[in-house]
Design a protein around this ligand. Structure first.
Ligand code: SAH
Length: 390
């Protein structure tokens, strides 16, 4: 096995549990590892740190897989790791639908596996994990005997690893538009064509958190995707719910989801650019008891973080203006580039500009099937906030 030696200053971060080694953190490499090979990692003074996969094409040249000396990385290794992931989900109560594997946080860097009852969706986002796809699929077959496995590797980050974007079946073909149950409600999930892996499992606890505030309320939701929050609001007793999304296919599926639960009389979805429409409705003086926002990340890189800040502030400002005095704003941010304190600061700035006082009702992160590892700041990415707008 080839050996990768870290620069002196880098070792503590890696030894403390961070799995990423950047090109400029490597002092020297002994041997000539092939791309995707397993390499051993050492401190500058030859102390063993772990083994991981190697890709000279990537800026992150090694990602650590094992910190147990002598552990062999093979089919058995992946099956045991996935078993451990499943055990954690069982312990924490996320079994029917869950993120079974959350990459780095589960010590399986760049591997995402979402479980939707008997169906599984996989993403292998780095070369060194992609090459183990057959072993990973075998492990899922052996552990779960699933009805279907689908690959959603149609994501641009793969190109940074020299990998093509692709999607398709990793099991016998099956109907990819399935139905899942969450909090007693039914939702269509389009595993092949939906956003990301088809459904945002990370908000499953937060969808329950709106239960009391939406009762007998008029509700406006923006960035609704397939309408999960809005269908929950209707079920929890909202008198009327309107959901907006810019994607026509998302809106179509959201309306189907309302019908699937018999809530179509109180819960409807329309195609709209939320930025434009919320601004227009503020001018027209429209008011709602509850406004819910769940916008996309706005940026993917630290260099353009200001863009995200501006976007979040602007949309929250517009959202807040539409809330009746004493009503509620439900707002999320899904990028790890905006840490929780900054997100709260952005909401405070929006309130100031909207000339409204706010009171925090509830503040949360992603559900525990997406565990947060403190040594890896980007494992905490979701912020979910409910405020009363006075
Ligand atoms: N709340 C959803 C997830 C929302 S994802 C859930 O729990 O499932 C963000 C959504 O914002 C996407 O569906 C995307 O189509 C939509 N979107 C992006 N820009 C938009 C805009 N300017 N106006 C309205 N929707 C937008």
């Amino acid at each position: 096995m080839s050996r990768v030696f870290l620069r002196r200053k880098i070792a503590p971060r890696i030894q403390n549990g961070h799995p990423w080694i950047f090109m400029n953190e490597v002092d020297r490499i002994e041997g000539s590892p092939e791309p995707a090979a397993i390499v051993e990692v050492f401190t500058h003074d030859s102390k063993w740190v772990g083994s991981g996969y190697y890709n000279p094409k990537s800026q992150i040249v090694v990602r650590i897989l094992s910190r147990q000396k002598g552990e062999v990385i093979d089919a058995h290794f992946f099956k045991e790791r996935i078993k451990r992931c499943w055990q954690y989900r069982q312990q924490t109560g996320y079994t029917e639908n869950c993120r079974l594997v959350f990459g780095e946080a589960d010590e399986l860097p760049q591997l995402i596996i979402d479980k939707f009852n008997d169906y599984f969706v996989i993403q292998t986002l780095a070369l060194g994990i992609d090459r183990w796809k057959p072993e990973i699929v075998d492990a899922l077959q052996e552990l779960f005997s699933p009805k279907g496995i689908y690959e959603r590797n149609d994501v641009p980050v793969r190109e940074l690893e020299g990998l093509p974007q692709q999607k398709g079946f990793l099991s016998a073909p099956f109907e990819t538009k399935i139905i899942i149950t969450e909090n007693g409600l039914k939702f269509y999930v389009d595993l092949a064509n939906g956003q990301k892996t088809g459904y945002f499992l990370d908000q499953q606890d937060n969808r329950k958190a709106i239960r009391s505030i939406v009762k007998n309320a008029t509700v406006l939701g923006a960035f609704t995707y397939t309408g999960t929050f809005e269908v929950h609001a209707a079920q929890y007793g909202a008198t009327s719910v309107l959901g907006l999304d810019i994607s026509a296919s998302a809106v179509e599926q959201a309306n189907e989801n309302a019908r699937l639960n018999g809530l179509q009389d109180r819960c409807v979805f329309e195609v709209a650019n939320a930025f434009d429409l919320l601004k227009q409705w503020t001018k027209e003086g429209k008011q709602y008891d509850v406004v819910m926002l769940d916008p996309p990340a706005f940026t993917k890189s630290r260099a353009t973080i200001q863009k995200a800040i501006t976007g979040y502030k602007e949309i929250n400002l517009r959202g807040m203006k539409l809330v009746k005095p004493g009503g509620f704003l439900v707002t999320s941010s899904c990028t790890n580039l905006v840490p929780p304190p900054l997100f709260l600061e952005i909401i405070a700035m929006a309130a100031k500009d909207a000339r409204r006082k706010i009171r925090q009702v509830y503040f949360n992160t992603q559900s525990a099937d997406h565990p947060i590892v403190w040594e890896m700041e980007n494992t905490q990415y979701l912020k979910f906030l409910i405020v009363q707008v006075l």
